[in-house]
Structures are given as structure tokens and as C-alpha cells.
Design a protein around this ligand. Structure first.
Ligand SMILES: Cc1ncc(COP(=O)(O)O)c(C=O)c1O
Length: 426
């Protein structure tokens, strides 16, 4: 097990807290304190190590670590690239970029053939919005409680006033429809045939793991075809195996016009995301390579990580493992939560390794998250739902790591449940 290397800056907890306060963000410093003030300095597989000699099972990481941290295949690819050619001229041709695009297309739903790489999920969303504009699809339709990031265009789609209000005015001509409600979508699309772009998630992660009715994506696809709308599927969180299938799209055999991918594409090593589009959707970008660029788009180091990530998912059979492990965890987590919290737990739900625990009222999700960290497991809250704690475990968990997770959750639930009565109300 790796620990902090000799190069890790030696800094005390109070000095680091002070630097956070003075140089970064006071609220973020406070949050770190709430979670025990641990200082993380190393990671390997499912584990994160801190300077006080503790280790934590990482079932959070906002969905990045499907293959755990520092997966050997990703590390090998990135290390080789680091020592040969980490950042390109962007004048000459460069092989990693083209090979990464080809690798991504080879696993994408058929018909998606063109790739634009970005540094974050939100930038991939911006790319989709700009593609929509090049096609005259200016009316953007996304779903209530959906999350698409926080750059200005993406934020306009992210349906949460807490994040939006400080930054208005946002993009115009945006409608949010109830998620999972095809009728509501149709009633908006019918008013603007040939003008709309629909952007949804296959499962809403930050909304608190909201799973739509079966067949929803198929109906969305068919409505987009009927009303000549661009169909963008945001798989930044769900894609690359998180749901126990390559894509949420593959669960319903749909092919969007643009598919967005991020998080796990990084291999947990170098940040990277992408928009993967049909040739038709990509036409304007094809004509002019300079209308949508960014200095670090497709940088060879990130491309090596992306290729490594795809290779690792294939080599370690992580899609099937996510599916099998997801079913096992969902059952076990559900029984632990219901046994401790009774009706204070509204629902434990999920697909693959995207699992949400929704409570009947505010309070327990945050308390459980903190207590779970005390017990050695990292999970996440949901940015658009204060009622739901979210677990995104890696697909590489061993049986003993699964036991560790479940017994930590059991202890954390036991320690927290007593504070809440069984008739919590929102
Ligand atoms: C579905 C979805 N889209 C977009 C984003 C934004 O990605 P990023 O935080 O990398 O900008 C996220 C992040 O959680 C996401 O879950």
C-alpha cells in the first residue's frame, strides 16, 4: 500500500486549513473540517490515504473512479506519455489524439463517429450547446433537477436555482420539463418543431439517482425524430460502465445525435471529457477546425489516460463487474438502511454502481455522509437533492472491500439513525 511520498509537502492540519481559508475558499475549508480535517495525499485502487495514517474506501469521487485510483493500465499509458510528449504543438498531427478518438468511437453507440475532447464535463455540454446552435436548434430543453455542470451554458441547463440565481442572466430560450415524463416533453417539442435541442441524463445522478420509467430514452429519441430536435444524451456521470452497461444509451438501444462523456474517461488520472457526435451534427466543426477550440483540448497526456481508461474497462471486464456488484450492493445497502432507519428512508435505488439512499426528510443524508467518513468510507451528497446520499463505488472492489463497505455503512447507520424519528417530513 502506497503512503505519502517524500515529495508530499509536509504541512500541518491547521496550516493547511489556514491556506484554504486565505487562498482558496472559507466554505470549502469548513467542509473539510466537518469531514474530520483529514489530509489526503495518496491513493491506490479503491483506497485514499491520509497523512494521519488512515485509509478510506473511496465510494465517492463524484463518480470518477470506476476503475479505482491509479489503475496500472492507465498509469502505464500516462507515464509513457509524460516521458515522451505530454502536450502537443496543435500544429502537427499527433497520434494519441486520433487513437483516443477512435477508441471512444469504437465503444460508442453506432453512428456516433466524431469526437471533440474537452477538459471537463461542463465543457462537453458547452460543445453540445454550440453544435445545437450550428444546426439552428436554439431552444434548449432539459429536465427538472438535471445536472449538466456550471459553466454559463451548462448552468443554464442545470435546473437548480441555488446555482443559477447568482449568475443571471443565463442563456435564453430554455425550458425545463419533468424528468421521465415523455408527455411533458412532447407538449413543448410540438410548439417548436425543427428548433429544439433536448438534453437529458439516462439516470439523473446529482438529482439524487433518479431512474426514469423503462423505455423513457426510447420515447425521447423518437420524439426528437418526430419533431426534428437534436437529441443530446449527457452520460458524463453514467457512461463508460457506471450503470453496468457501456452507456445508459445501450440499456435502451438509443443513439443520440451527441453523447457526452467525462469523469471515468479520465481513468481517475488526467481530467478529460468529450462530446461524441454524428457526422451530421458535427458538420460545422468539420468545416472550420477553429470555431470551437481550446488550448488543452485533446492534449496527449489526457488522450493517453482516455485510451488507458477504455482499455482498463475492457481488460478488467468492468462493465459486467459493475452490473453484478451493483445488484449485490443495492440489495445489501437497502436492507441495512431499512433495518436502521425504517420509514425515515424513503428509497434505496440505483442502476449498476450509481446508488442513491433517499431519506424522507432533510438531515440524515448529510449526517450519514459524515458518519460514514468517520467509519472509513467516502461517499457523496447529491448537488441537486439534499435528501439523497450517493454511492459510486469502483467496480474493482474485492469481496473483503465489499464487506468493509457494508460493515462501515451498518455502523454509520446505527450511529445516525437514533437521531431521527420514523416520521420525518420534508
Ligand atoms: C450528468 C453530468 N453532466 C455534466 C457534469 C459536469 O461535469 P464537470 O463537473 O466535469 O464539469 C456532471 C458532473 O457531475 C454530471 O453529472
Amino acid at each position: 500500500m502506497n503512503t505519502a511520498s517524500a515529495d508530499t509537502p509536509a504541512i500541518s492540519r491547521s496550516e493547511l486549513g489556514q491556506l484554504y481559508r486565505s487562498r482558496l475558499n472559507k466554505g470549502r475549508a469548513t467542509l473539510g473540517e466537518m469531514f474530520g480535517g483529514h489530509i489526503e495525499v495518496a491513493s491506490q485502487g479503491a483506497w485514499v490515504m491520509t497523512t494521519n495514517g488512515r485509509r478510506f474506501l473511496n465510494c465517492g469521487g463524484y463518480g470518477v473512479f470506476l476503475m479505482g485510483a491509479r489503475h496500472p493500465i492507465v498509469m502505464r499509458a500516462v507515464t509513457q506519455q509524460l516521458h515522451s510528449h505530454p502536450v502537443a504543438t496543435r500544429i502537427f498531427l499527433e497520434p494519441q489524439l486520433a487513437l483516443a478518438a477512435d477508441a471512444l468511437v469504437s465503444i460508442a453507440p453506432p453512428g456516433l463517429e466524431r469526437v471533440h475532447f474537452t477538459g471537463s464535463g461542463a465543457e462537453a455540454v458547452e460543445t453540445a450547446i454550440k453544435i445545437a446552435r450550428t444546426l439552428g436548434r436554439r431552444r434548449l430543453i432539459s429536465a427538472i433537477s438535471g445536472y449538466h455542470g456550471k459553466t454559463m451554458g451548462a448552468l443554464s441547463l442545470t435546473a437548480n436555482r441555488v446555482f443559477q440565481d447568482p449568475f443571471r442572466p443565463l442563456l435564453p430560450e430554455i425550458t425545463h420539463v419533468p424528468y421521465g415524463d415523455a408527455g411533458a416533453l412532447e407538449s413543448v417539442l410540438a410548439i417548436v418543431p425543427g428548433e429544439a435541442c433536448v438534453i437529458v441524463e439516462p439516470v439523473q445522478g446529482e438529482a439524487g439517482v433518479i431512474v426514469p420509467p423503462e423505455g423513457y430514452l426510447r420515447v425521447v429519441e423518437s420524439l426528437c425524430r418526430t419533431y426534428d430536435a437534436l437529441f443530446v444524451l449527457d452520460e458524463v456521470q453514467t457512461g463508460l460502465g457506471r450503470l453496468g452497461s457501456w452507456w445508459g444509451a445501450s440499456r435502451e438501444s438509443v443513439t443520440p445525435d451527441v453523447l457526452l462523456v467525462g469523469k471515468a474517461l479520465s481513468g481517475g488520472v488526467v481530467p478529460v471529457a468529450a462530446a461524441v457526435a454524428t457526422q451530421r451534427a458535427f458538420a460545422a466543426f468539420d468545416r472550420d477546425p477553429y470555431i470551437h477550440t481550446s488550448t488543452f483540448s485533446g492534449t496527449p497526456l489526457a488522450m493517453a489516460a482516455a485510451r488507458g481508461a477504455i482499455h482498463a474497462i475492457q481488460e478488467d471486464n468492468l462493465i459486467t463487474r459493475a452490473q453484478v456488484l451493483g445488484m449485490e450492493l443495492l440489495n445489501q445497502i437497502s436492507s441495512i438502511m431499512h433495518s436502521h432507519f425504517g420509514t425515515a428512508v424513503r428509497e434505496v435505488r440505483g442502476v449498476g454502481l450509481l446508488i442513491g439512499i433517499e431519506f424522507a426528510g432533510p438531515g440524515p443524508a448529510g449526517d450519514l455522509l459524515i458518519e460514514l467518513a468517520n467509519q472509513g468510507v467516502i461517499a457523496n451528497h447529491s448537488l441537486n437533492s439534499h435528501l439523497t446520499m450517493r454511492l459510486t463505488p469502483p467496480a474493482i472492489l474485492s469481496p473483503s472491500e465489499v464487506d468493509y463497505l457494508l460493515s462501515a455503512l451498518d455502523r454509520a447507520a446505527a450511529a445516525t439513525a437514533g437521531r431521527y424519528t420514523c416520521d420525518l417530513k420534508e
